[in-house]
Design a protein around this ligand. Structure first.
Ligand code: HEC
Length: 717
């Protein structure tokens, strides 16, 4: 593939046709044509032009910017781009899809969904996170599928034009064909791209976290027509397997979530799609969903052709901690005690790796059902056991004690200790309570959507882990004497903007003085349309939005205290008696994690033995290093890739750098500056004999400024 002549490019479709029609298509890992590199989710590149001996010569070769970041709105790019036949396909902060000459970084075309989105009436900047795109070809027709908001567009890979005879004039709408009533305008969007099996586009979704969420079913669409070909119900309907895990016979009609937002992996030889699911909504109270709640928090193996159930493994029973499975599994062959097995490695937010035989779902190493506390809130029935893998070893610390409290100054430490004392429960699976519990690793992991990379030759898995505790405290939902607006606020808004309207000082803005900044009509528009990380609440009736605005602008006295007006659905939200006080990171007054470092790490785990090989910090606070504190690593987002050249590439840290580590030792061999934090996973590819590493630099989280550039690196000629 080193020199592609024009003639060869013309022949390529036929070559591809031959490849894609033979059954035993195994990845050779030299291309990056899928999210996560290949459909087996390995994040591995067999390219070795860049290796441990020459990586110090790696230099920036191009930057491409879409100039559409939104700094005040904290836009992000979480995209892992794909590269097909010398063209790189990626997504911008405002959800524009673009195609670049992958060697030069120059645009071939840019597709703006805004001009094609008249039906939803949203502004261009308001689309949700899109982690990448899906490529499909039959040799003559080549398409890019990607999601912007609730739509999945089909765009011609060559011309960048909408394929009008797909779905509705070029798109499908995820809020349609949900299989049950989900209210007038349910919140449902695509985030991680779908995956192809033959002529099917298999997709999951992101839905709301509140109890009235839309169903999180897995759906497969015809790549040519956009017709729905199969649906797998993640909350089983009567007669379906797993239905018995829901004592409430109507659970499937009332509850949602159990969605797959993390992406999937496909075993093409076996014809199986592996689906990691999230928790059932609402996240922190399960009194309205007693039971283990299949197929939430599970790896589900489905026949990719039909969507038929094959097996499942549930990683958290009756989840009360929002322990969604955060990334697609790595389909890896392991050799354990001399026995070879087709396995699957699933990382989790809580820092465990579930290593399963992917032909039957059986654990490769022992997984114990450990007894856990059942002291739940009144009305709650926590499940008495949780699965804990004996091996592989966890890649994150999982317990936070007083001895772990850390601050660079004594006053800071005293203040942290004071706050630490207020949180009562310390074990991984202690149920949510009014006395508070530590979520450690935090709500964003441990493992997150950046995923894990696996070297198929050694079966070593590489994963980034943020290591700081968050706290979870529950309070009663005010019922009596609360205005309708306040109750709606508590149900829909308080988890982010906080019960006292003051936000969290970083990710979620204070609404305390919103009336000084925004007119009621503008506030209504934000609520209806959402903005960046704020979901749209277009499904709420107009009078409820009016009540909400009255409440947050402190006009609630004028509003009647109503027992009738309760929630969007009027029923299910009303049955939730508790709410959380917010997603609280344990940070000191300077913004540093209040736990002894490291705060962000790259971890290598040998899947053949289950042993943690090494753990190194990723990211640095220069001002702390200057004080003589060893490199701490930083909280981060985005994952690693591993190459045959002996390197692990990762950005992920807050400090706007990309680094290469020796995959054997964890030694840092190379570092380069980025224009914004690379909260994304890199890709590696070759064009005309040159190996490139590319990373999206979108920032926009945890205090890192937003960016809108993709940066590529190669060896100097
Ligand atoms: C998942 C977290 C989340 C939830 C739930 C949420 N918001 Fe937001 N909200 C945000 C974020 C993040 C922003 C900042 C958006 C941006 O980037 O501009 C925001 C912005 C806003 C703003 C604009 C603030 C300003 O200063 O311009 C208003 C008003 C608002 N939210 C109201 C609400 C209301 C009312 C609800 C409940 C119906 C709600 N939000 C629910 C996260 C959330």
């Amino acid at each position: 593939m080193s020199r592609l002549s024009k003639k060869y490019i013309r022949l390529l479709p036929f070559v591809l046709l031959v490849f894609s029609s033979c059954k035993n298509e195994t990845a050779d890992y030299t291309k990056w044509e899928n999210y996560a590199g290949t459909k087996d989710g390995m994040r591995y590149s067999a390219l070795d032009q860049i290796d441990t001996t020459n990586v110090t010569g790696l230099q920036e070769v191009w930057r491409f910017s879409t100039h559409d970041k939104d700094t005040t709105g904290k836009s992000q790019i979480q995209c892992n781009p794909i590269i097909v036949n010398g063209t790189l396909y990626g997504v911008s902060p405002a959800s524009k899809l673009f195609a670049l000459d992958a060697a030069a970084g120059t645009p071939r075309w840019i597709f703006d969904p805004a001009g094609n989105d008249s039906r939803s009436g949203r502004n261009p900047g308001n689309f949700n996170i899109t982690r990448g795109v899906t490529y499909w070809t039959d040799g003559s027709d080549s398409r890019i599928f990607y999601s912007a908001g609730k739509k999945i567009f089909a765009v011609a890979a060559g011309a960048g034009t909408l394929i009008k005879n797909f779905g509705h004039n070029g798109w499908i709408d995820l809020s349609e064909q949900l299989g049950r009533d989900a209210g007038p305008n349910p919140y449902i969007t695509g985030t991680t791209p779908g995956i192809i099996y033959k002529d099917l586009l298999i997709v999951g979704s992101r839905v709301a976290e509140t109890a009235d969420a839309a169903p999180g079913d897995i759906r497969a669409y015809d790549v040519r027509t956009g017709a729905l070909r199969w649906t797998f119900h993640t909350i089983p309907h009567p007669g379906e397997k797993g239905y018995e895990t829901w004592p409430d016979t109507a659970a499937w009609r009332k509850l949602g979530g159990a969605n797959c937002w993390a992406g999937m992996s496909v075993d093409e030889q076996r014809g199986v799609v592996y689906v990691p699911t999230g928790s059932v909504a609402g996240d922190f109270y399960g009194g309205i969903r007693k039971g283990t709640n299949l197929f939430a928090n599970s790896i589900v193996a489905l026949d990719a052709e039909t969507g038929n159930y094959l097996w499942h493994y549930q990683t958290v029973h009756h989840d009360l901690w929002d322990r969604d499975l955060p990334a697609n599994p790595n389909l890896v062959t392991v050799t354990v005690n001399g026995k070879k097995a087709a396995a699957l490695a699933q990382i989790t937010k809580q820092g465990y790796i579930f290593l399963l035989d992917r032909t039957n779902g059986k654990p490769i190493f022992e997984i114990r059902e450990m007894p856990v506390s059942t002291k739940g809130l009144p009305g709650e029935e926590p499940w008495p056991t949780q699965p804990v893998p004996v091996l592989p070893e966890p890649f994150a610390r999982q317990q936070f004690t007083a001895a772990d409290i850390f601050s660079i100054d004594e006053a800071g430490k005293a203040e942290l200790t004071e706050r630490f004392r207020k949180i009562r429960y310390h074990q991984l699976f202690d149920p949510p309570s009014k006395e508070g519990s530590w979520i450690f690793p935090g709500f964003d992991g441990g493992g997150e959507w950046g995923g894990a990379a696996v070297d198929p030759a050694s079966a070593v898995l590489y994963v980034f882990s943020s290591e700081l505790p968050w706290s979870l405290t529950m309070v009663d939902v005010p019922r009596r004497n609360a205005s309708a607006g306040q109750r709606l606020y508590n149900q829909h808004c308080a988890s982010c903007h906080r019960p006292d309207l003051r936000g969290d000082g970083s990710s979620f803005p204070s609404l305390a003085n919103i009336a000084d900044r925004l007119a009621p009509a503008a506030i209504k528009a934000v609520i209806r349309q959402g903005r960046n990380r704020m979901p749209s609440f277009a499904g709420l009736p107009a009078e409820e939005i009016t009540s909400l605005v009255a409440y947050i602008t402190h006009q609630q006295e004028k509003e009647p205290v109503s027992d009738q007006l309760t929630g969007a659905s009027g029923t299910i939200l009303d049955q939730v008696p508790y709410m959380m006080t917010g997603y609280n990171r344990f940070l000191d007054k300077n913004g540093y994690p209040g736990i002894r470092p490291p705060w962000g790490t790259l971890n290598a785990v040998n899947l053949n033995t289950g042993k943690l090989l090494w753990k190194v910090p990723v990211g640095e606070y220069a001002e702390l290093t200057r004080k003589g504190i060893p490199v701490t690593g930083t909280e981060g987002y985005g994952g690693p890739i591993v190459t045959k050249g002996g390197l692990v590439f990762i950005a992920a840290s807050k400090d706007k750098k990309i680094r290469a580590f020796d995959k054997r030792s964890g030694k840092q061999l190379w570092v380069a500056d980025l224009p914004a934090a690379g909260f994304a996973t890199p890709a590696s590819y070759m064009v005309r004999g040159v190996q490139y590493i590319v990373i999206a630099c979108g920032g926009g989280k945890i205090g890192a400024a937003s960016g809108d550039e993709y940066v590529a690196f190669a060896l100097k000629k």
